[in-house]
Design a binder for this molecule. Structure first.
Ligand SMILES: [Zn+2]
Length: 348
């Protein structure tokens, strides 16, 4: 990847309305059987096409083949009973009915590898694939077997590592683990969270990323954010741990958030995937909004280590909003690329 300040999306993009109910999380599919498979692939083609034509350099599948960023992965594992549901408090924030871990968890077969091969065959650009992180998976289940969040996290880490290695073999350039739980369970992050994440990423030649955010722009998350005060300093505790970890890239939320920008100094040496697009507001950023955020970030991260991104997934947005935001992201990034080119010393 030679592009300075490459652009990318965190993960999800809205699905076409003929595939799934728009603007809804956990939206049920509208197709079945072979038609569903074909529909998912067509949606993936559209997601790639729109990212490419709107100047996104590192392309994602837009999570077009998944209902949910955590649940869809768990559905493919044995040891989890989806009929036995319990209501738990997710990320200490909202109640959800979740499946139960009833026995040893195991990946019986690859989960996303065929989808990743399809993505690889459909674009020549670098591709990024997202997987849930071990702690966020633990936090999306009721555990009636291991009875220890840490033990279950280590089991998931081993499973994620198998999947990640196969995604790498399928040609994925960046494997990203989504760990929104890292912004909530700060003691566990220290005790075992980062170690479990490193286990999930162990031995990969592909670049590895961790995405830590304050959640999709849904009401429960927005209400929680309102309680966090004028400065969001959760990253202050996790970034030093990640800076000394084996993970290559840290993805964080910035646009319109109360995260003090200087916290990314704590990641010095790592690549920073900075959220320059708000996912909690349908207002389309201007290119200058995006450029301002990136310009501020460049005080604390070297230009060759900055990746421009969205704050989080964009699945809950109307489609035209998400697509316009992709265009704003690349237009804003171009402003900064030109500034950097002008200020670079001339070779004569
Ligand atoms: Zn997120």
């Amino acid at each position: 990847m030679n592009t300075l300040l490459p652009t990318t999306v965190v993960g999800s993009l809205p699905k076409p309305s003929w595939l799934a109910q728009p603007e809804t999380l956990w939206s049920p599919w509208k197709l079945e059987g072979d038609a569903l498979l074909e529909g998912k692939q067509d949606a993936l083609r559209i997601a790639i096409h729109e990212q490419s034509r709107r100047g996104i350099d590192i392309v994602s599948d837009g999570e077009q083949t998944r209902q949910h960023f955590v649940t869809t992965f768990i559905e493919h594992l044995s040891g989890v009973d989806f009929e036995q549901r319990k209501t738990v408090r997710i990320r200490d924030r909202y109640d959800a009915s979740v499946p139960t871990v009833v026995g040893a968890v195991r990946r019986e077969r690859p989960v996303f590898v065929e989808d990743a091969k399809f993505l690889r065959a459909t674009t020549d650009r670098p591709i990024k694939w997202t997987l849930p992180g071990p702690m966020t998976m633990v936090d999306t289940l009721y555990d009636d077997h291991y009875k220890s969040r840490e033990k279950l996290a280590w089991e998931f880490a081993a499973i994620l590592n198998q999947e990640a290695k196969e995604l790498e073999a399928a040609g994925v350039d960046i494997i990203q683990f989504d760990e929104p739980a890292f912004n909530v369970f700060l003691d566990e992050v220290k005790d075992w969270g980062v170690a479990a994440l490193e286990r999930a990423a162990e031995g990969l030649r592909a670049e590895t990323a961790v995405h830590i955010c304050y959640g999709y722009g849904i009401k429960a998350n927005n209400d929680w954010k309102a309680t966090l005060g004028s400065q969001w300093r959760q990253y202050e505790e996790t970034f030093p741990l990640l800076q000394s970890s084996s993970i290559d890239i840290v993805s964080l939320e910035s646009q319109n958030s109360h995260v003090p920008m200087d916290l990314i100094e704590l990641l010095r040496g790592k690549k920073v995937m900075l959220g320059a697009i708000d996912v909690a507001s349908e207002t389309i950023e201007t290119p200058e909004d995006v450029a301002n955020t990136l310009r501020k970030a460049l005080q604390f991260v070297d230009a060759d280590k900055l990746i421009a991104s969205s704050n989080c997934g964009m699945a809950p947005f109307p489609r035209d909003v998400a697509l316009a935001k992709l265009s704003a992201l690349s237009a804003g990034t171009n402003i900064i690329r030109e500034e950097l080119a002008r200020s670079a010393p001339r070779v004569s």
